[in-house]
Design a protein around this ligand. Structure first.
Ligand SMILES: [Zn+2]
Length: 234
């Protein structure tokens, strides 16, 4: 099975679904991470162009550590628009290249505009990619894959119904998160977030709910053509 996780920024996926992706990899799936934005605004001192290059390298290193493929739409932070045909086409071509069987995306009610745009862009593009007369660089794919929503920031406004035990891959999830070195100080100072501590609390909280040490949780996207009568998560 081919699995594609799409999120706005480098490090969003590590927080909310890297453990599950590692479990997918463990069962033999081919795993792709796509970042819609390049992280260019995530620092007070480092200038956007320089930061975008740093953050793409951090994301690629995290994927390499996990054995995942990395792809990015490379759109600047705060510059992705889900109404934009240009941005939709970039995302359609990512779906057409990867051709996923299982998709993870962010929720459209998340806390900031890039996350909201990434959610809409991925939802729209995953359908548009299947329409042969919607012309982009790559040919249409033939399946509309099931979607699972990963947690919002701090998992506010998120009501998961499916859980994945990530206990045996938790240390690797943290190592992946730590690849995003440029973000640790920034998040502490700008958002008052202690990176690894928040990740641990979320993993323990979801673990507590399903009686394991560490877990991640998801909301299935229950719309026509996305529902399957069996479990797809590891
Ligand atoms: Zn983000």
């Amino acid at each position: 099975m081919v699995v594609l996780a799409v999120a706005a920024h480098p490090d969003d996926i590590e927080f909310h679904c890297a453990g599950t992706l590692l479990k997918c990899k463990q069962r033999g799936d081919e795993v792709w991470i796509c970042t819609v934005n390049n992280g260019s605004m995530g620092h007070a001192v480092i200038m956007p162009d320089e930061l975008a290059e740093m953050r793409k390298k951090e994301a690629a290193r995290s994927c390499e550590l996990a054995g995942f493929h990395y792809i990015t739409a490379d759109i600047g932070d705060l510059q992705s628009y889900y109404q934009s045909r240009e941005h939709k086409d970039i995302m359609v071509d990512i779906f057409r290249q990867v051709n996923p069987d299982l998709i993870f995306i962010q929720k459209p009610n998340d806390y900031m505009c890039d996350h909201v745009a990434a959610s809409h862009l991925a939802f729209d593009a995953s359908f548009m990619a299947t329409c042969p007369h919607y012309e982009t660089k790559y040919p249409a794919i033939d399946k509309i894959a099931p979607i699972y929503y990963m947690g919002t920031a701090s998992e506010v406004g998120f009501n998961p119904t499916e859980y994945v035990d990530i206990t045996d891959v938790y240390e690797t999830k943290i190592k992946m998160l730590m690849c995003h070195e440029s973000q640790e100080v920034w998040l502490r100072e700008h958002d008052n977030v202690d990176y690894t501590n928040e990740c641990r609390i979320l993993s323990e909280f979801r673990g507590m709910q399903c009686k394991v040490k560490y877990a991640e949780a998801f909301e299935p996207c229950l719309v026509a053509h996305r529902i399957v009568p069996y479990r797809m998560l590891p």
